[in-house]
Every structure is written in structure tokens, then in C-alpha cells.
Design a protein around this ligand. Structure first.
Ligand SMILES: Nc1ncnc2c1ncn2[C@@H]1O[C@H](COP(=O)(O)OP(=O)(O)O)[C@@H](O)[C@H]1O
Ligand SMILES: CSC[C@H]1O[C@H](OP(=O)(O)O)[C@H](O)[C@@H]1O
Length: 396
């Protein structure tokens, strides 16, 4: 992967981002440039630089040496910028239509310079506004199927796969997920963050041995299964979308992990949006879950049958076994994500944005019951209609 190493690290400011863009020749000479730092995520700086005449823009994303959401007391590797730019390039080799173009990256500055996607909207924001995005699930199903298959031992040379997996060893970012998704919300941990009124519900989760056992099994999978190259944080805030285009951003958590993980994160964030809506307005979210799984299973199966490099791929029953386990795991991972986005460190605007406190608490209690059942009963779901059923059954 070509990542340049030129300068000594310093966090950029808006004027410095403009100077860098000019130095890199990203704009014509004398272009009237306007730069704004627009990062609204938990970790990084994002500079949007636009030529005021041509309206053409670029994005410079820069990692900070700490987690922005917490501050300097939480140091974090700058290497995540290299992981992010390399993941975007790797994904682009399979599904260029679903990722921003990377123009340049610099390891020392921890920057990725990429395509400006401002013409699109972050899916979480649009879904909160009630938009439906008819192609979102078809595109995400295809994105996950192709990136998973082509980076697996079935879709690429198995020696090359080991080398690729090595280049995506991402211990510090994985540790964040191991803690914030799989551990802290299930125990009385200082990173947790929830309304006082939820304490009895949360304490019940902390005492729930059955839940602990199943969450532990899912965490173990996340820790040990180097199956496919994952995005690693595929929530609706990591997806830009419009009526006809979808682009996945922010793969700094990329690593080799269990095939069901990205699907589970995506399902969970659709469910969190469903929980934030009146019942009668939830159908588009269920439709997205159904379609994501159907497209994923269909594209993955076709690639498996037509392009597999592994002798055993033709063994009757193996593909069905892989898909079945991917689904069960995705359901369980979705349960963990639903719980952590409700009571853990990093929340979602879908739930936190519910204005009326009583309604917000109702939705959050519902989320906790749903997450628990998804984790515990994951192997009993026979298809994506199980999400609908569990959401209905966990209503108070
Ligand atoms: N390629 C892009 N084009 C336009 N805006 C972007 C682009 N990448 C990121 N952004 C903006 O910056 C925000 C934060 O980016 P993100 O990659 O999610 O950062 P973080 O890693 O801190 O979560 C996004 O929500 C979006 O508004
Ligand atoms: C301390 S990181 C918390 C949380 O933030 C990440 O999301 P994003 O970078 O998209 O804002 C990731 O989900 C982490 O778990």
C-alpha cells in the first residue's frame, strides 16, 4: 500500500489544512479556498476544503493522538489513519462504487485525503429525518458480501490472505470494541453512561449470568476469528447515502474478524432507528434488514459457487453452514451493539435525540430488552423476520 511518510506530526488547524492542500497541488493556483473542520465523530479531525469558484472540494481527515470524545487522557495510536486509508484502498479494489476515492495519505501526519462526499447525507441523519433510501440495503449487502468473500480464504490466495490479515492487525482499535461493545456495558464500569432512571434495568443486566455467558461467547468470536477483512464499525454514521448512491466511510477499526460482525453493527443501528420511531413508521427499517441479508447471502453464495479458490467450497452443506453461522453471529453482535449504544460510552442520536424524556426512557428500556433477547436467543432466529418478532415481543 502506498502511504507517504514526509513530515513530523502536528494536529492541523483550518489554515494549516489549506496550506497542506495547496502544497499537495489539490487545487489550481490562486483558488479561493474555504476550509471548515466538520468532524462530528468520536475520534478524528475532518477538514472540508472547497474552491469557492468551482465548488470542488476535498476532505482531509486527520487522526489525533487521543480519542477526541474523551480527551488527551485517552491516548490512541495514530496508526489508525494508515489502517483507514489502506482499508479504503483495499475495499476500492473490490467495490470502488461504495467507498470514497483516496487521493493521498501520509503516515507521519496521520492524514487521509479523500473524495468530498458532501453531495450525500450521513445515513443516520437522513433516517432520523424519516428518509428511506431505497438502495441503501442493496448496496450495503453487496458491499459486505464482496469485501468479505474476496478477503476470505475462499476468495483469495490463502498465503496472501495471511499477509493481508497481518497488515490489518489493529490491536488498539479492536480493544476499544472489546471494551465498549462487548464488556463495559455488561458490568458496572466507569465508561458507562445512562440516565439515573435506567439504573434498575441496567443493574438487572449486570446481574444476568445467562446474558454474561452469551456476551462472552460473542466477545470470544470477535477476539479469535480471523475470517474476513471487516470495516469494524459499520454503523449508520459511517455511511453516506442518497436515493441512488451509497459510500462507506471511516474504516479505521478495520481488522480480520468474524464475518457476521459488520452485518450485526448495521442491523443494530437500523433497529436503534426503528426504536426511535412510532410503531407504524418502522417498516422501512425492517425492509432494509431483510434486503441487506438477502442481498448479502445471494451475492456471497454466487461468488462462493463461481470463484472460490478452496477445494472444500464444493462440499455440500458448507456454504449453508457458513451463512447460518454468519447470521446467528450477526444477530448476537447486533444485540451487543444495541445495548452499548443505549448505556455505554458512545450513544446514538436516534435514541438520545428523542426529545420527550419519558418517551426516550421507554425507547431505551425497549432497546435493552431487545438487545438482551438478540444475544440470548440468536440461534433460534430462523430469518430476518425474527428481528420484527423480537422487537414486538420486547415492547412493554
Ligand atoms: N469523505 C467525506 N466527505 C464529506 N464529509 C465527510 C467525509 N468523511 C467524513 N466526513 C464528515 O466528517 C464526519 C466525521 O467523519 P468520520 O470519518 O465518521 O470521523 P470519526 O472517525 O471521527 O468518526 C462525518 O460524519 C461527515 O460529516
Ligand atoms: C472512544 S471511541 C467510541 C466509539 O466511537 C467510534 O465511532 P466513530 O468513530 O464512528 O464516532 C466507535 O464506534 C467507538 O466504539
Amino acid at each position: 500500500m502506498t502511504t507517504v511518510q514526509t513530515s513530523v506530526y502536528e494536529p492541523l488547524t483550518e489554515p494549516k489544512a489549506v496550506s497542506l492542500a495547496v502544497r499537495l497541488g489539490l487545487f489550481r493556483d490562486g483558488a479561493p479556498l474555504l476550509c471548515r473542520e466538520i468532524g462530528d465523530g468520536n475520534l478524528n479531525l475532518v477538514f472540508h476544503i472547497v474552491d469557492q469558484e468551482t465548488k470542488q472540494g476535498v476532505i482531509i481527515k486527520q487522526a489525533l493522538p487521543y480519542a477526541k470524545v474523551v480527551g488527551e487522557s485517552w491516548p490512541l495510536t495514530l496508526k489508525r489513519a494508515v489502517i483507514e486509508s489502506n482499508a479504503l484502498r483495499t475495499f476500492a479494489s473490490y467495490v470502488p462504487q461504495y467507498v470514497p476515492k483516496v487521493y493521498y495519505s501520509d503516515e507521519s501526519l496521520a492524514i487521509t485525503v479523500m473524495e468530498d462526499l458532501s453531495r450525500l447525507q450521513i445515513a443516520r441523519k437522513g433516517l432520523i429525518e424519516g428518509k428511506t433510501y431505497p438502495l441503501l440495503s442493496q448496496h450495503i449487502g453487496e458491499f459486505v458480501a464482496k469485501t468479505a468473500f474476496y478477503t476470505s480464504d475462499f476468495g483469495m490466495n490463502q498465503q496472501e490472505k495471511k499477509k493481508l490479515a497481518q497488515s490489518f492487525v489493529n490491536p488498539e482499535l479492536c480493544k476499544i470494541t472489546e471494551d465498549l461493545v462487548f464488556t463495559d456495558p455488561f458490568f458496572d464500569h466507569e465508561t458507562n453512561n445512562f440516565e439515573d432512571e435506567l439504573r434498575p434495568d441496567v443493574e438487572a443486566l449486570w446481574r444476568d449470568d445467562r446474558l454474561h455467558l452469551e456476551a462472552a461467547k460473542l466477545k470470544r468470536k470477535f477476539l479469535t476469528e480471523a475470517d474476513v477483512l471487516l470495516h469494524g464499525d459499520l454503523h449508520t454514521g459511517s455511511i453516506f447515502v442518497s436515493a441512488d448512491e451509497t459510500k462507506v466511510i471511516d474504516p479505521e477499526f478495520a481488522f480480520y474478524g468474524p464475518i457476521g460482525f459488520d452485518l450485526g453493527q448495521f442491523f443494530a443501528n437500523l433497529l436503534l432507528n426503528a426504536l426511535s420511531r412510532p410503531e407504524l413508521e418502522r417498516q422501512p427499517l425492517f425492509d432494509h434488514i431483510d434486503r441487506t441479508w438477502d442481498v448479502f447471502a445471494s451475492v456471497f453464495s454466487t461468488l462462493w459457487r463461481t470463484e472460490s479458490v478452496e477445494t472444500y467450497a464444493a462440499t455440500p452443506g458448507l456454504l449453508e453452514d457458513v451463512l447460518r453461522h454468519a447470521f446467528i453471529d450477526a444477530v448476537g453482535f447486533a444485540g451487543c451493539e444495541v445495548i452499548r449504544r443505549t448505556i455505554g460510552l458512545a450513544h446514538v442520536a436516534d435514541l438520545d435525540g428523542i426529545e420527550h424524556k419519558d418517551e426516550r426512557l421507554v425507547a431505551k428500556r425497549h432497546a435493552l430488552r431487545l438487545g438482551r433477547r438478540l444475544i440470548i436467543e440468536r440461534a433460534e432466529l430462523t430469518g430476518t423476520d425474527g428481528f420484527r418478532r423480537l422487537l414486538a415481543e420486547t415492547k412493554q
